[in-house]
Ligand binder design. Structure first.
Ligand SMILES: Cc1cc2nc3c(=O)[nH]c(=O)nc-3n(C[C@H](O)[C@H](O)[C@H](O)COP(=O)(O)OP(=O)(O)OC[C@H]3O[C@@H](n4cnc5c(N)ncnc54)[C@H](O)[C@@H]3O)c2cc1C
Length: 440
């Protein structure tokens, strides 16, 4: 650690915080409290060159380190005991090139930095983009990982390099295991006004409402559901109490057609309240940020299904009724729809390309006691889902939302795991980035 301290003394412009610094607590914290792993220092480089200067100091002195951007990993994997967090948030430039319809995003960019100039698929952060990235524009433009067209990386030797196609293949799904990504180039799309918000259905019989909604939704999918419409169903303890709630986003300039879809979705069940309105990606993102807790006790469980069969919907109905009445306990359904662009022409190790539903149970709480109630609910729920027809469960899971304990890399990366291993061997044979996701 002495060499790192010396380096920081010689480079006083590089912000850093140790446990004695007043800002340490806030800087080290991720979205979920991870009290078991306290880092020794958080270092905030401002450029690729500063990251490049840092890496050899860490490797030569055998210092454990991780990379952190939003800290939104649900298992606190941006933290490392007694080691160094490289916090990239100060590398947050956004350069849009309208002609090539791409944007260069600093490795520390979060959604709120990307602004309104474009409809970008970089929904949350670099971490969201590099591991998969399910989002409200996935049906229209594909997953976050499929938006990556270039990357600047500080590699295992501390050199700054433009990723070639082989390295990019590994980054698209394999994230930061090959190096520190100091810049991503992603596709962007012309920006338009959108319709977005949440529709809260009235609730009297949650199990029946879940079945009714999914019957209507499946019918719309079979008939004419447009790719510009995203519907994320959730059970939320919101303004009308515990209810089936639909996060609605219409991402097309034809707002009249969007309003027609809003009316149609609103007719599927009696409405308790709706916040859906014309807005922009930036305003909506800013609003969403205000309703998500900054830090919480919590974790996540997921199961991927090919279909929401009557058996699966029965289990969901039963456990929705038992969901604790705590606004921080959430059940929700992401989806990779059959109509989403999902077979990219470039290399990637993100394997799970079949149409599927990603069911998530997110127990959270402002205190360990509140969290414990949600955790017990989520564990029972996931156990019941795991016992449904095995032929309907997608073997692959999403690395960002897969608990590290017992995570099966072969299942996560499927047929592309060998490719990822080969690329890792080529670019990081000494496993310098051993604390990065995915771990080898
Ligand atoms: C409230 C919330 C909502 C979410 N919603 C969604 C959603 O809708 N869809 C979805 O797909 N996922 C979602 N997620 C999961 C989230 O996208 C992933 O956990 C993502 O990896 C978080 O990114 P981050 O930059 O905050 O990661 P951090 O926690 O900061 O970092 C986690 C790890 O990612 C790697 N990493 C991140 N950035 C870099 C980089 N620049 N260079 C090298 N390595 C890097 C490192 O290994 C790091 O340790 C959500 C998570 C939360 C907490």
């Amino acid at each position: 650690m002495d060499q790192l301290t010396e380096f920081l003394t010689q480079n006083p412009h590089i912000h850093h915080a140790t446990p004695q610094s007043p800002e340490f607590k806030e800087l080290r914290l991720g979205f979920v409290f991870n009290e078991s792993r306290t880092p020794a220092i958080v270092v905030r480089p401002r450029s690729a060159e500063e990251v490049a200067a840092l890496i050899p100091i860490l490797t030569k002195n055998n210092l454990q380190f991780t990379v952190k951007v939003g800290g939104h990993d649900m298992f606190g994997r941006s933290q490392v005991s007694d080691g160094v967090i490289i916090d990239l948030r100060e590398i947050s430039h956004v350069y849009v090139d309208a002609e090539s319809q791409t944007a260069r995003l600093g490795g520390g960019v979060m959604a709120m930095d990307t602004g309104d100039a474009t409809e970008t698929q970089c929904d949350h952060s670099t971490g969201w983009t590099i591991f998969g990235g399910y989002g409200p524009l996935s049906s229209k433009h594909g997953l976050g990982v499929d938006q990556i067209v270039g990357a600047k990386v500080v590699d295992a030797e501390g050199k700054i390099c433009e990723a070639n196609e082989i390295m990019l293949t590994g980054i698209r799904g394999g994230g930061g295991t090959l190096g520190v990504i100091v810049e991503l180039t992603v596709k962007v799309y012309p920006s338009a006004q959108i319709l977005a918000g949440t529709t809260f259905y009235k609730s009297s019989d949650l199990a029946a409402e879940i079945k009714q909604y999914n019957a209507e939704y499946s019918k719309a999918k079979r008939e004419d559901l447009p790719s510009s419409l995203h519907l994320y169903q959730a059970i939320l303890n919101g303004p009308v109490g515990k209810s089936l709630s639909i996060f609605f986003m219409w991402a097309s300039s034809d707002l009249e057609e969007g309003q027609r879809w809003l009316l149609r979705v609103s007719s599927w069940l009696p409405i308790g309240m709706s916040t859906v309105q014309p807005t922009t990606h930036r305003d909506f993102g800013a609003f969403t940020n205000t309703v998500i807790p900054k830090h919480t006790y919590g974790t996540i469980f997921t199961v991927n299904f090919y279909d929401l069969t009557p058996e699966v919907l029965d289990v969901i109905g039963t456990h929705a009724q038992r969901q604790p009445n705590n606004p921080e306990v959430i059940f929700g359904v992401h989806e990779l729809r059959h109509d989403a662009p999902r077979e990219p022409t470039f290399g990637t190790v993100f394997d799970n390309r079949c149409a599927h539903y990603l069911i998530e149970m997110i127990p959270m709480g402002s205190s360990p006691e509140v969290y414990a109630e949600g955790l017990a609910w989520a564990q029972e729920f996931v156990n019941a889902l795991s016992k449904t027809d095995a032929a309907n469960i997608v073997p692959s899971t999403y690395i960002s939302l897969t608990p590290p304990k017992g995570a099966d890399m072969g299942k996560i990366y499927g047929s592309r795991y060998e490719t990822l291993q080969r690329i890792k061997e080529q670019y990081d044979p000494q496993n310098v980035f051993k604390n990065a996701l995915p771990q080898f």
